[in-house]
Write a protein that binds this ligand. Structure first.
Ligand code: SF4
Length: 394
């Protein structure tokens, strides 16, 4: 987050000035010529990498060398493991430090275990991630749960092994014979559970390699949610085998909660370009945060979607609706730097706590509150965006 004040929203709605990259008359972004977006000043502002912690094998790998070459000014620090980096991970320090760390630091490691987990809601399967951590800083994000809020992106440099593992898993499944809410005909693999693949694509070709790999698998489809519009993805030619899910929430909530991300209007505008570039484009209506006036704010957002999205986007769109879940530790952390976010995220009077297997206290809306809110949102979608099929609401 580039804004040092404890109220992180700068109110501009264009944290990265992406609008400036798309002058009128420039044509659809997917035919944009010129240098990659990741070399632009805008991308460099999000990731002004100064130090790279790397496991030796990761640094020596082709992907590791590619990343080190992209950031020639960065200091290389060798570490035994991407998991235990004293002074880097954790929640100590102030938010300025975390945000500096998220932008200025990368970690390179090798993935050691390749587990494909069944999911059944958003995707059929959760693929072993190509990274973990994120350069953005959403106040409700659960991605930092293992390494602490200050975690920068860890890139796994052995993406070839992940892809080989996926190839075997996909071959083993055979064709999908029964439609389900994940997809009618393809096995859907979420490839971005613990980060944002659009941001990873600013760092290296892991996302591109995954998109390209899924092109050759007619029974499978990659899927990832994103809050960042990275025009470089438009050049990857996914041929319908990657589903990009733009996460949306009312812009006022987003400005309060989705720090360092692309503005919501930018994500909506990008939908048609991504469709035309060969992606399937879905939306994550998430997280839905219950606060005074939330119904009107969502109605307004949905009305806007209906107004601005072209017919071809609507025809293939579907959505996931995900109610906010929160976490006690994250709540404590956020109170220290962004208490205004906690005014809407932490609402004990309508939430219930549940201790998870790893001992964390997770918080979600009480059953009746949640059921009523899901009904309300379904009703709003029905009224304002009747073309938007809800794949699941949770
Ligand atoms: S963009 Fe996603 S992964 Fe990144 S901080 Fe926000 S919620 Fe977390």
């Amino acid at each position: 987050m580039h804004h040092p004040s404890p109220t992180p929203d700068d109110g501009s709605g264009t944290l990265f000035g992406l609008d400036a990259l798309d002058p009128p008359g420039a044509g659809p972004a997917h035919v944009r010529q010129g240098p990659p977006f990741r070399d632009s000043a805008t991308a460099r502002r999000l990731l002004p990498v100064r130090e790279i912690y790397a496991e030796p094998a990761a640094a020596a790998s082709p992907r590791g060398r590619q990343i080190l070459a992209r950031f020639p000014g960065a200091r290389l620090i060798t570490v035994d493991s991407h998991w235990r980096i004293p002074g880097l991970h954790g929640n100590e320090g102030n938010v300025e430090r975390w945000v500096r760390v998220k932008g200025e630091t990368l970690v390179l490691g090798e993935r050691k275990t390749f587990t494909v987990r069944p999911n059944g809601r958003s995707a059929d399967w959760i693929a072993p991630g190509a990274s973990n951590g994120c350069a953005m800083a959403c106040a409700y994000c659960y991605v930092p749960r293992r390494k602490g809020y200050a975690n920068p992106v860890t890139v796994f440099t052995n993406i070839d092994r992940t892809i080989a593992h996926l190839a075997r898993h996909i071959a083993h499944q055979g064709p999908k014979t029964e439609p389900n809410q994940c997809d009618d005909t393809s096995w859907v693999y979420d490839v971005g559970e613990n980060g944002d693949a659009s941001v990873d694509a600013l760092i290296c070709d892991n996302t591109a390699d995954l998109v390209h790999a899924f092109r050759q698998w007619p029974t499978a489809k990659a899927s990832f949610a994103t809050k960042f519009v990275n025009p470089d993805l438009l050049a990857l030619d996914p041929r319908g085998r990657t589903r990009i899910r733009f996460s949306l929430m009312p812009p006022d909530d987003s400005r309060l909660l989705d720090l360092r991300t692309s503005p919501v209007a930018e994500r909506v505008r990008a939908a048609a370009d991504f469709l035309d570039a060969g992606y399937e484009v879905h939306f994550n209506l998430s997280p839905v945060v219950i606060r005074p006036g939330w119904e009107d704010a969502w109605a307004e957002l949905l009305t806007r979607l209906d107004d601005v999205l072209p017919e071809r986007v609507k025809r293939q769109a579907a959505a996931e609706v995900i109610m906010l879940t929160h976490n006690r530790d994250l709540h404590e952390v956020n109170l220290g730097w962004h208490p205004r976010a906690e005014d809407v995220l932490w609402r004990p009077e309508i939430q219930q706590a549940k201790r998870s297997e790893n001992g964390a206290v997770n918080v979600r809306y009480r059953n009746q509150v949640k059921a009523a809110a899901v009904d309300t949102l379904r009703g709003l979608v029905h009224r304002h965006t009747p073309w938007l099929r809800i794949r699941y609401a949770f």
